[in-house]
Design a protein around this ligand. Structure first.
Ligand code: GDP
Ligand code: MN
Ligand code: MN
Ligand code: MN
Length: 250
């Protein structure tokens, strides 16, 4: 197996609305065919102007109510409600399902790494975003790369946040081991590996969370795999979601 190299993309400035992120990246690092370009959703959204100014938000009654219960800014909560397709939990924090399928605390609305008074929204179509980055990079460099757009998320059952893939292009989300045999010849019946989350997790480690200024990471030499893109459970398969929503209804 070839070694896998993980390269931080250093020297990018603070990203602003209208910036050509693909050009900035390809000017900063020479890319090779097959590279996986991992981009923090924060900078993708900032480049697209997908941010909100809290001073322009008029919170409604539900936002006021939840903000009081959770000790948050009602304008921030309104931004979260606007970004949510469905609320899975309302307290002690809002857990939202987004239209893209991602489920995240506070709908992934983020006030880190942006000026005071502003929040960053997750890309509304992260799959489309990843495909667009892939195309733009190919147009700029001729290289056929793969793309993952990430956010840092908490997990159930464990402390600590990790990078999660919220959009991807050029590879499947899941590596499917079903039908393979293990070392003892047993057929694997249910093993599916969420490879893009594993890659997002390590890229997130290289990015850091605070003031590293490394929003983009290149993963080089990662083999290809076959599988499928059904990363998110269907609603009727998702036992955790079902348990949480039935608990909230009681
Ligand atoms: P998130 O995980 O998508 O919410 O992104 P984070 O806020 O955790 O930021 C990930 C990395 O990108 C950190 O190293 C930040 O310092 C860096 N970062 C965030 N915004 C910018 C930016 O506008 N320019 C640069 N150069 N780095 C940024
Ligand atoms: Mn952030
Ligand atoms: Mn974030
Ligand atoms: Mn992060």
């Amino acid at each position: 197996m070839q070694p896998i190299t993980v390269l931080p993309v250093e020297g990018l400035p603070l990203i602003r609305a209208g910036d050509n992120l693909e050009k900035m990246i390809t000017d900063s690092i020479p890319l090779l065919d097959g590279d996986i370009l991992v981009i923090a959703s924060t900078v993708y959204s900032k480049a697209k102007g997908n941010t909100r100014d809290l001073s322009t938000i008029q919170p409604g009654a539900q936002a006021e109510h939840l903000a009081a219960r959770n000790g948050e800014d009602p304008r921030f909560v309104q931004a979260v409600l606007d970004a949510s397709e469905e609320l899975i939990l309302e307290e002690p924090f809002i857990l939202s399902a987004l239209t893209c399928g991602h489920i995240g605390v506070r709908a992934g609305v983020d006030h880190s790494n942006i000026e005071d008074g502003k929040v960053i929204l997750l890309p509304s179509d992260p799959m489309g975003a990843a495909a667009e980055v892939q195309e733009q990079v190919q147009a700029l460099t001729g290289r056929k790369i793969r793309v993952i757009i990430t956010d840092t998320c908490g997990r159930s059952f464990r402390r600590g946040q990790t990078g999660h893939a919220i959009g991807w292009s050029g590879m499947t989300a899941i590596r499917d081991f079903r039908g393979d045999t293990d070392l003892f010849g047993h057929e694997l019946a249910i093993t599916e590996e969420a490879v893009i989350d594993e890659i997002a997790g390590f890229a997130n480690f290289v990015m850091g969370e605070s003031n590293n200024g490394v929003p983009v990471v290149v993963v080089r030499g990662c083999e290809t795999w076959s599988g499928h893109d059904n990363l998110y459970f269907n609603r009727n398969e998702d036992l955790t979601r079902r348990a949480l929503t039935s608990q909230a209804a009681n």
